[in-house]
Structure formats: C-alpha cells, structure tokens
Design a protein around this ligand. Sequence first.
Ligand code: JEW
Length: 228
Amino acid sequence: MIIDVLTLFPDMIHPVIHQSIIGRAILEEKVEIRVIDYREYSENKHKKVDDSPYGGGAGMVLTVQPVVSALEQIPGYQEATKILMTPQGVPYAQKTAHKLALKKHLIILCGHYEGYDERIRDYFDLEISIGDYVLTGGELSALVVVDSVIRLIPNVLNNAGSAVEDSFSDGLLEYPHYTRPPEFRNQKVPEVLRSGNHEKIKQWRYEQSLKRTIERRPDLYKVYLKKK
Ligand code: JEW
C-alpha cells in the first residue's frame, strides 16, 4: 500500500510513522508513506496557502491551487482513494478502517486553518472526522487513520491476525487482563484465571466483557444485542 499525506507540517508526521509497528511495516515494505508539504506547490510569490474568506468573517481559508497542484503531481492520483480530514466528515470507525485497508493507494489531506475553500472538496472521495472534539489541524486525525489502517494490512501484526480485531470483533469490550505476579500489594488475580479450567475461564471472560460493555458503552451493547 502507498499512503501520501499532504500536510503543511511534515514534522508532525515523520517521527510518528517511524516508530513501533508502523515503522516496522515501512522497513518491511508492507507500506510506503510519502509526506508531501503542499506549501511547496504554491504559485504565490510568498508561498502563501491561505487567504481571507469571501463574504468576510474571522479566520483564514486554505486555497485550492496548492492542494490541486500537489495532488496532480502524484503518479496515479486519479485512481487513488482521496481522503479529506475535516470535523465535518463521517465519524471514523473500524468499519471504514477495514474498507481503506483494501485499497492500494490512499491520499490524505490535512488542513490547518478555519476551513477549506469549498472547491477543494470536489477532488476528494471521502471526508473523515475522528470524533467530536476540536483539534488545531488534520495531522493528528490523519495519523489516526494511518495507524488504524496499517495494522490491518496482512502480516503487519506478527500476531497472525488474532490481535487484529480486539474489542471490536464481536462488538463487546475486552475482558480484564492479568499477568504475574499473582498478588501485588493487596490486589489479587481472580482465582478462576489460575484454575486451569478453560471452560470456566471462557465463561468468566465473556461475563466480564458483557458487564464492562453494559456499564461503559451502552451504545455498543445495543448494537451487539441487535446483531446477536
Ligand atoms: C480536523 C482537519 C483542519 C477534527 C476532528 N477541529 C476542528 C476545526 C478546525 C478548523 C475549523 C473548525 C473546526 C481544525 N482543523 C481540522 C480538524 C481535520 C482540520 C483544521 C479534525 N477530526 N478531524 N475531530
């Protein structure tokens, strides 16, 4: 997979993608990530990429020319899946991550002003928001998409697919995990987990998953009941 990240702040992207599982996926050539500073494509004499909004009002708007020029110089950009990061986009969830993980080429645009010139939207296939909170720009959102998609590429997790799904596989939250020591200060590991009774352990974990989902995520529990 090739992922092109269009950003005005390449230094927000670089260190993150070279760590951990993403860093290894790049070294193992499971994914190629190219970070493109679209300011370089501005035809303005001062390399300006923003301007004040027509009709007035506070704040600046990202101009269309640098974005479209940066897009058009990417080989195969017409066939790529082009994603615009914006708080107005569809709320990001695991289902979208799975769809994106099937693609050969993603292009992700990060904005960094009060808004995009509306004409930019015509060049993109999909608008994504990572949740209902305010950020300073699209870079962190793009990194969330990149991380969640790369871990779904076959053989990126050494763990042959068992960790790929985690909590969202059956729609329940994960059960509590424990490891050594069996007792830390006054906290004990539940007896059942050390019993060796695998049927009992399975039952306990399922009950814990249910309890946790009902308490913490009634919204997920409702969906789980419907699917069951
Ligand atoms: C996201 C791209 C570009 C936020 C979430 N937040 C916000 C916001 C911004 C500008 C105007 C109005 C609201 C900041 N911003 C972005 C925020 C993506 C940009 C500028 C974003 N997902 N993605 N929750």
